[in-house]
Design a protein around this ligand. Structure first.
Ligand SMILES: [Zn+2]
Length: 347
């Protein structure tokens, strides 16, 4: 209701028409608009469970062992029993997902997923630990599991049109490093000898390609030879695309496969449509997250953070709710179990 104040004797009262409640559509999942709404919605254990089931089996429940759609539901234990006479196993929605073997309630998992995909700079295990009331260590494991699940798996379409390519050093200052890590870095840089670029000691190199106004793909470079770098471009960018780089990333080999153009940052940042502003924007988001939210990221885990930032960046035009649903679609169907991940972490 708005009350219009006027200097005259009369006061006009304008009543807004009563807003009609939006009609509930049960065929579509409820999408929270903000973190608080997500926390409240998923606090109800049955709601969270129903959501998880819909996410796990978007086309209907099936036995996780034999794929049969003939089952009975044991509601008291929230599990199913397969009626296929050769199987007869019991299963829950958690089997075959990152939630398998996890005692954490789905109410908490959903909030963790929401925070990870919607906090621009990422979310630290400390923030999550305070937000959902699990230990910091548990929060750390949860975040890594979600990151692994939202990692883009198979890219079947190559980037095309105007594509920006660049590389960036990520890593903390050598003087701030832990003694043990310093020693390791020193040993490594001696092996790498004098070819190590200045300022690159102890840092990790990340390579990225971005379709202008489109998708980004990034990865950590271990082998700094040109062959591997070029292969990454060939694997991800359609041959004949217009490749934009800066002068520091200007290799003759690029011109054999792409229409290559570059800006020399010493003189200019933009020349017509030749620039790398898009990929620079990706770097600044990546670095902001790493500096602000994640302190002391070991190179081993950096790859997961790069993937996480790629997911947020590639879904940057979506609303928070849409980003959440896209993440759930990847998490729910990911054939990636708690065990698989633990094995990777220990490797
Ligand atoms: Zn079965």
């Amino acid at each position: 209701m708005n009350i219009l104040d006027t200097p005259a004797d009369t006061t006009y009262i304008v009543c807004m028409p009563k807003r009609k409640e939006p009609e509930r559509d049960d065929s579509k999942p409820f999408v929270p608009r903000a973190l608080q709404a997500a926390i409240e919605h998923f606090a109800d254990k049955d709601v969270a469970h129903g959501y998880a089931v819909a996410m796990r089996w978007p086309d209907g429940i099936r036995c996780t062992f034999c794929d049969s759609s003939d089952y009975t539901y044991i509601s008291t234990r929230k599990i199913w029993k397969c009626k296929n006479k050769d199987c007869r196993k019991q299963f829950s929605f958690r089997i075959g997902t990152i939630f398998e073997d996890s005692p954490i309630s789905m109410s908490k998992w959903f909030v963790a997923i929401w925070m990870l995909v919607n906090c621009k700079n990422g979310v630290s295990s400390y923030e999550l630990h305070r937000a959902i009331g699990v230990t910091q260590k548990t929060a750390w494991f949860m975040l890594h599991r979600v990151r692994a699940a939202i990692k883009a798996k198979s890219f079947n379409k190559k980037l095309a049109g105007v594509v920006e390519a660049d590389e960036c050093f990520i890593g903390g200052l050598f003087k701030n490093m832990h003694e043990r890590r310093k020693a390791k870095v020193r040993a490594e840089s001696e092996v790498r000898n004098s070819s190590t670029a200045r300022g690159a000691v102890g840092k990790t190199l990340v390579q990225a390609v971005l379709e202008r106004d489109g998708e980004v793909r990034a990865r950590i470079i271990k082998d700094t030879g040109l062959g591997q770098r070029l292969q990454f471009l060939l694997d991800n960018v359609e041959e004949g695309s217009q490749l934009m780089t800066d002068d520091g990333y200007n290799f003759a080999a690029f011109r054999e496969n792409f229409v290559h153009d570059y800006v020399s940052h010493a003189h200019e940042y933009v020349r017509g449509n030749v620039h790398t502003n898009g990929v620079e924007n990706f770097w600044s988001l990546l670095q902001r997250g790493l500096l602000g939210t994640y302190v002391n990221v070991e190179p081993f885990h950096l790859s997961a953070y790069v993937d996480e930032q790629c997911f947020r960046f590639n879904n940057r035009k979506a609303t928070d709710g849409e980003r959440f649903l896209r993440a759930l679609a990847m998490v729910g169907t990911a054939r990636l179990t708690y065990k698989d991940l633990t094995r990777v972490e220990q490797a």
